[in-house]
Structures are given as structure tokens and as C-alpha cells.
Design a binder for this molecule. Structure first.
Ligand SMILES: NC(=O)c1ccc[n+]([C@@H]2O[C@H](COP(=O)([O-])OP(=O)(O)OC[C@H]3O[C@@H](n4cnc5c(N)ncnc54)[C@H](O)[C@@H]3O)[C@@H](O)[C@H]2O)c1
Length: 372
């Protein structure tokens, strides 16, 4: 198959969808890989790295879209890319269709096959191509939180791990899923006094089993949260209710009970945030202060560490990309049911029910396209 890897053109997006190692795997299997000039630059991969791996470098995005049967990307196509997409072309990338109607309409009009990273789903209902970014964001939440607790950055001037003779900082993590667990490992490793709150007893049993002694678990409810925030130095928001807005577990009035210079890192900001006062911020201007509490609410945290994020993402996407290249999307989906929910739009039909519902548009069951 002919595979194209364009350079991401979305503002401040430095990830790339295929590493030189991934290109080598595909080339080894007889596929042709075209990479746009400088596509890997932001993640630390040069054109020469790709050439050495057997890929071919093309000068322009038009050439990449023009030649490829499958486009592998990171972010959803943006307006200037719409006209480059061809009928029947397979696009394998994050789309998040339900949040943006113009993209959905453009992909319907293109008659391309849109396979979305975010809806590829394992039989246990986990989302294997979302997990890596949650892992990155969870780990980064503690790095950022520790940083903003420093006095010159507006924090209360406490070191997460304390020192001998001085107590460590208290870290409260709301939500013990992927983000929360990774945050807890990092905070615990730095020596902080960590509490994870979740509503799932089963999840907390697991966490209590695997976490070190400086991590405790506690049921998430309003009473407990009100108690815990009084002492917290750093709070990480990591709650997710699939398909819904995050619940506001900390409301504006509750901030008054918190310590001056405490920090909240609301990773769940992309779903509306679990702290009421959180509004999306950017890496250029990541924080603001309300009631003396520093708020860090960057909606695309992994974007700040493109090297790690690219490797983490491509570790997860490459096995699927190989199946798609080897078999074509139809046979690959027939043989691997994890790919089926990833199919969102085919030949102008919306085949993912949630997207059709979001826009009150006609829905065509994906099976129409999977029968021989
Ligand atoms: N800002 C970013 O850059 C970024 C990056 C990656 C992920 N995220 C977001 O982080 C959030 C968490 O993602 P995840 O992968 O960890 O999700 P997850 O599904 O793995 O974990 C969510 C956890 O929240 C728990 N939960 C639900 N209701 C709760 C409540 N009332 N109180 C406490 N816990 C509750 C669930 O039981 C679950 O354990 C998502 O909104 C995700 O989109 C943001």
C-alpha cells in the first residue's frame, strides 16, 4: 500500500504520526511510505532518519495527499487539508467528529474512509489509542503541579517530597483511571503524601493493591472532597464519565476553603473540567489565579512533550496501521473487531451512531460496508 505521512499543520502541533522505526516496519513489509519534508522535525526526527528507514520524502503536503492510499496523521484534518482528501482514501487519525460539524461535513463530502483513533475499542471497552495520551498527561500533571507550587510561579512554596524533618506536600487526585494512576505514581515517586479519590470501589481495590504506602484511596463524594481540599497542596482533576461532561466536584465556593498558593491541574479540562473554575488554557499562557489558587488547565498537555507523545502514540497506532496497510481497511476490520468502532465515515455515510446523533444526521450501520 502507498502510505502518506503529512506534516501536522494545526497550531502548535509538533507530533508526527509515524516514527522512522514505524516507517521501517511498513517498508519491510513491502509498503511504500511517503513522508512530507520536515514532518518529524518537531518530534526530533529528521528527513534523513526517515530516508535511512526506507521512506521517501516529498516536498509538499499536496504531493503526500495526492499519492497516498492511506494517510496517517495525528490531529483531525483542518480546513486547508479538506480539498486534498480524495474519494476512497483511508484516513487514520484523531477526528473527534462529534465536537465539530464542519469537519464532519467536509469528510462526508470527500467520500474518504475515516478511521478515528479515539473510537478504536478493545473488547473490554478500553480505548487503546486514547490511553497513551492520558498516560502522558497524568505524568505531566505532577511535573507541572510541582513546578507551579514554587513561590516565584505563584505557588505556596512547598516541595512535593519535603525533606528530612519537614513533611511532604499533600497531593489529591480526583479520579483513579489512567490519568489519575499515572499522576499518583509520579507524585508518590517524588515522596508526596498522595490520596486518590474515585467512585469505583473495584478500581480503588486495585489501586490499593499496587500503589506504594504513601498513596491512599478514598471514596469520592462531596463530604470527603470538602474535607480533603482544606489540606491539599496540589489537586489533579482526572475524572471521566464517558460521553458526558466532567462533573464539577470542586465548585467556586469551595476554593475559599483551600490554602493560598495551592495548585489545581485540571487534566479533565477537555471534558469541561472537574473544577468549576477551570477554563481551557494554552501552553503559552497556562495558568491563572482564582481565590489565591493557581489553576493550570491546558487542554492539550501532551503537545508540550512531542518526543515522548509521538513515541507513545505510535507505539499504540503502528500495529493497527500495519494491519490496515497489509490487508486494506475492509479486510483488516473484518478480521480485527477492534477496528470496527473506529470507522466513523465511509463513502459519505456516517457509520458511527454517536456522530450521526450529534448532528441529527442519517446513520448507516457499518455492516453495510463490511459484507463481501
Ligand atoms: N488535558 C489533556 O491534555 C488531556 C490529555 C489526556 C486525557 N485528558 C482527559 O483526562 C480525563 C481522564 O482521562 P482518563 O483516561 O484517566 O479516564 P479514565 O476513564 O481512565 O478514568 C476516569 C476515572 O474517573 C473516575 N470517576 C468517575 N466519576 C468520578 C467521581 N465523581 N469522582 C471521582 N472519580 C470519578 C472513574 O471511575 C475512572 O476511574 C479525560 O477527560 C481525558 O479526556 C486530558
Amino acid at each position: 500500500m502507498i502510505i502518506g505521512v503529512p506534516k501536522e499543520i494545526k497550531n502548535n502541533e509538533n507530533r508526527v504520526a509515524l516514527t522512522p522505526a514505524g516507517a521501517k516496519e511498513l517498508v519491510k513489509r513491502g509498503h511504500t511510505v511517503y513522508v512530507q519534508h520536515n514532518a518529524g522535525e518537531g518530534s526530533g526526527f529528521t528527513d534523513a532518519h526517515y530516508t535511512l528507514a526506507g521512506a521517501l520524502v516529498l516536498a509538499s503536503i499536496e504531493e503526500v495527499y495526492g499519492v497516498a492510499e492511506m494517510i496517517i496523521k495525528v490531529k483531525e484534518p483542518i480546513e486547508p487539508e479538506y480539498k486534498l482528501i480524495k474519494e476512497g482514501q483511508l484516513l487514520f487519525t484523531y477526528f473527534h467528529f462529534a465536537s465539530y460539524e464542519p469537519l464532519t461535513k467536509a469528510m462526508i463530502a470527500s467520500k474518504a474512509v475515516c478511521l478515528a483513533y479515539e473510537t478504536v475499542e478493545k473488547t473490554d471497552r478500553s480505548l487503546p489509542l486514547l490511553v497513551p495520551m492520558s498516560e502522558v498527561a497524568g505524568r505531566m500533571a505532577i511535573q507541572k503541579g510541582a513546578n507551579y507550587l514554587e513561590k516565584p510561579l505563584g505557588g505556596r512554596g512547598i516541595l512535593l517530597g519535603g525533606v528530612p524533618g519537614v513533611l511532604p506536600a499533600k497531593v489529591l487526585i480526583l479520579g483513579g483511571g489512567i490519568v489519575g494512576t499515572q499522576a499518583a505514581w509520579m507524585a508518590a515517586g517524588l515522596g508526596a503524601d498522595v490520596t486518590i479519590m474515585d467512585v469505583s470501589l473495584q478500581r480503588m481495590r486495585y489501586l490499593a493493591d499496587v500503589m506504594p504506602a504513601n498513596v491512599k484511596t478514598m471514596m469520592s463524594n462531596e463530604y470527603n472532597i470538602r474535607e480533603m481540599i482544606k489540606d491539599a497542596d496540589l489537586i489533579v482533576g482526572a475524572v471521566l464519565i464517558p460521553g458526558a461532561k466532567a462533573p464539577h466536584l470542586i465548585t467556586q465556593d469551595m476554593l475559599k476553603d483551600m490554602k493560598q498558593g495551592a495548585v489545581v491541574v485540571d487534566v479533565a479540562v477537555d471534558q469541561g473540567g472537574c473544577i468549576e473554575t477551570c477554563k481551557p488554557t494554552t501552553h503559552e499562557n497556562p495558568t491563572y489565579v482564582i481565590e489565591g489558587v493557581v489553576h493550570y488547565c491546558v487542554a492539550n498537555m501532551p503537545g508540550a512533550v512531542p518526543y515522548t507523545s509521538t513515541l507513545a502514540l505510535t507505539n499504540a497506532t503502528l500495529p493497527y496501521a500495519i494491519q490496515l496497510a497489509d490487508k486494506g481497511w475492509k479486510k483488516a476490520a473484518q478480521e480485527n473487531p477492534e477496528l470496527i468502532p473506529g470507522l466513523n465515515i465511509i463513502n459519505g455515510d456516517i457509520v458511527f451512531e454517536g456522530v450521526a446523533q450529534a448532528f441529527n444526521a442519517p446513520y448507516v450501520p457499518v455492516n453495510k460496508y463490511l459484507v463481501d
